[in-house]
Write a protein that binds this ligand. Structure first.
Ligand code: SF4
Length: 412
């Protein structure tokens, strides 16, 4: 997609989506650049009307002027994608991928016709397509047909069945919905292939907003095809709820080897200023990076292990130390990316006392452990598990940071 390989042995890619009005070229370019700077390797923009479609080539030009021209742009189409892609060839050309929701391309004969028009554009411009099914907009004709074929909405549990699902009983509504999501994605993918789109230009997604459902649905899909898959828990919610539910769902799937690109979909706080919304957007990207790195799938930045603290500590000194170390690493990393690229895999530990401090130091490249209850500022420093020195006095935080810099300069 653009210059970014997806699927096969490629790393799991990070995707995000703008929430600007795409027709507002300046705002959209600014947000795409912010997302790309944060580490988003693919950025999706909505293309919902003619103004948005006309803006797409300008957005591409704006990104090139800002030296972010290599960021692959995905156009998100619903309802009118067949009209926009046909009427605005420059838009079709400027995008790097089209996202098509088979539940939103019309019904009956129009469904087939509209879908074919969009795939024809993808074939003509040699663009990959994500067939993105979502349980909030699943193909209703298909779902109704599958519900009817299932013979009803209950699962056959009765007093006679002893509370168990009888053999050969109708499936539950949830199971039929899951089947419908997978069937919609696969039927559309096969149709796209029959229309000339190569299989390696097809990415599928089957998003729901329920953690267990999204896991079960993607597992079913992965067992039935080998298309590249984009993972996401749709409408994950705000703040901690969105972060944790997305991480829970995606971690299970990634651990099972399922997923080629990921996105966290977080709701920005209401009434947030543009800057705060931007934070939420880039937070999605950071969350994806942290998920992939903490699972050992990719490396993006040095990781700091720090303990939660407990009654064995007599001050919040180690909390301040952990914060300062995190801030320092984040600030130095852009420069280290070129001068000391191995710094992305650096492991630093900041521990509150000797109970776990020296032990945790065995798993870190460089670690600091405070002694626990002590009025005197004192801390031992370990490098690759071996005691290096003891730091004393109020400047021990600065000295530790300087030791980290020395470590990076000599080992990364
Ligand atoms: S390392 Fe020490 S201070 Fe930190 S949580 Fe463990 S026992 Fe408490």
């Amino acid at each position: 997609m653009g210059g970014v390989a997806i699927g096969g042995n490629s790393p799991v890619r990070i995707q995000s989506m703008t929430n600007t009005d795409t027709a507002d070229i300046g705002a959209t370019v600014t947000q795409v650049v912010a997302l790309a700077k944060a580490g988003s390797e693919l950025v999706r923009i909505t293309v919902n009307n003619e103004a948005a479609a006309m803006a797409v080539p300008e957005i591409r030009a704006g990104l090139e002027a800002a030296e972010f021209g290599a960021v692959p742009l995905i156009g998100d189409f619903h309802y009118n994608g067949h009209l926009l892609l046909r009427k605005f060839p420059k838009c079709a050309q400027a995008l790097d991928k089209y996202r098509i929701n088979p539940g939103n391309v019309g019904s009956g004969e129009l469904h087939e016709k509209n879908f074919a028009v969009m795939i024809a554009a993808a074939v003509e411009y040699m663009k990959p397509v994500r067939i993105g099914v979502n349980w909030g907009s699943v193909d209703q004709e298909l779902l109704t047909k599958m519900m009817e074929e299932n013979g009803g909405c209950d699962n056959g549990i009765t007093a006679e069945s002893g509370g168990k699902i009888p053999r050969g009983a109708p499936k539950s509504d949830a199971e039929v919905l899951r089947e419908a999501l997978v069937e919609s994605a696969l039927t559309s993918a096969r149709r796209a292939e029959s229309l000339g789109l190569p299989a390696n230009k097809i990415i599928l997604s089957v998003k729901t907003s329920d953690v267990q459902e999204v896991i079960a649905t993607y597992e079913m899909l992965a067992s039935r095809c080998d298309y590249a898959l984009h993972l996401g828990l749709t409408e994950a919610g705000m703040g901690a709820r969105g972060l944790i539910s997305s991480a829970a769902a995606l971690a299970v799937l990634l651990q099972r080897g399922i997923g080629d690109t990921i996105r966290f979909s977080l709701t920005p706080a209401p009434g947030a200023t543009m800057a705060l919304e931007q934070d939420t957007r880039t937070q999605e990207v950071e969350a994806c990076q942290l998920l992939l790195q903490t699972m050992g799938l990719r490396q993006f930045r040095p990781l700091v292990t720090s303990c939660p603290g407990c009654g064995r500590t007599s001050s919040d000194r180690f909390q301040h130390l952990a914060k300062e170390v995190n801030a320092h690493l984040a600030q130095r990393m852009p420069e280290w990316q070129t001068s000391h690229p191995k710094a992305v895999g650096l492991k630093v530990a900041v521990m509150g006392c000797t109970v776990n401090g020296p032990g945790e130091a065995q798993h870190a490249d460089i670690a600091l452990s405070l002694p626990g209850k002590s009025e005197e500022p004192i801390a031992t420093v370990f490098v690759q598990g071996k005691l290096l020195k003891t730091l004393r006095g109020e400047s021990l935080g600065k000295e530790f940071i300087s030791l980290i810099d020395d470590y990076v300069a000599t080992h990364c």
